[in-house]
Write a protein that binds this ligand. Sequence first.
Ligand SMILES: Nc1ncnc2c1ncn2[C@@H]1O[C@H](COP(=O)(O)OP(=O)(O)OP(=O)(O)O)[C@@H](O)[C@H]1O
Length: 243
Amino acid sequence: MFELDRLAVRYDGVEALAPTDLSIGEGETVVLLGPSGSGKSTLLRSLAGLTPAEGELRFEGKPVSEWRAVRSRLGYVIQDGGLFPHLTARGNVSLMARELGWEEARIAARIDELAALVALDGDQLDRFPGELSGGQRQRVALMRALMLDPKVLLLDEPLSALDPVTRVRLARELRGIFARLGKTVVIVTHSLGEARFFAQDGEASRAILMRDGRIVQQGAIGDLVANPADPFVAEFLAAEDAL
Ligand SMILES: Nc1ncnc2c1ncn2[C@@H]1O[C@H](COP(=O)(O)OP(=O)(O)OP(=O)(O)O)[C@@H](O)[C@H]1O
């Protein structure tokens, strides 16, 4: 589904993503792990075609320069939600569907379905992002990413601002959706527990551990824990497990 051929991102001399080869298959769940500043968000943004990068990036064989039609098939949740402040939650969620000419009844039905999924009510949906809590904004951002039922979901710490009960419930729902609908998912997380939950050892899931803009090790989470490639991987995974 995604093919990266020496894809690299550089900001003013800082190598945010070193030349990286990576292939992500349809229906796969990939969890990106690594310390702060290791390039996880940069890689995710690159997959969304939103970062000027060197090297090659293809989605279903198409180079990123020909992606106009691809964007609506990617659901992307950025770290702080990235909601438009001047639109209500409902306005944010429905923006793309309106642009694509969906009928109001279809939009309303889809919003009801997603609101039930993320446990937001009508009153909350009529508020502006600034009038919602961080966790509520995160759930609106998830609704927006799921609205068009995209084939691919790119999620940057989508559950980080949620209370534990909502987080577990939503994580279960999302994992069910990913599996049921065969979504391709790339998810950034700081939590090893979350990584384990989404990338349970199996053929269709993988964890990628990054450091200094490079992929240090990838594979099943169980393998990373059992056979760390170097002391950094062992230390990172142990530290993640300690809290
Ligand atoms: N727009 C930018 N301009 C300059 N440097 C940037 C920019 N975005 C990211 N960087 C740098 O690129 C590197 C990788 O950042 P990135 O956000 O990808 O890390 P991350 O692993 O997602 O971190 P975190 O877990 O803290 O979100 C960091 O050194 C960061 O400071």
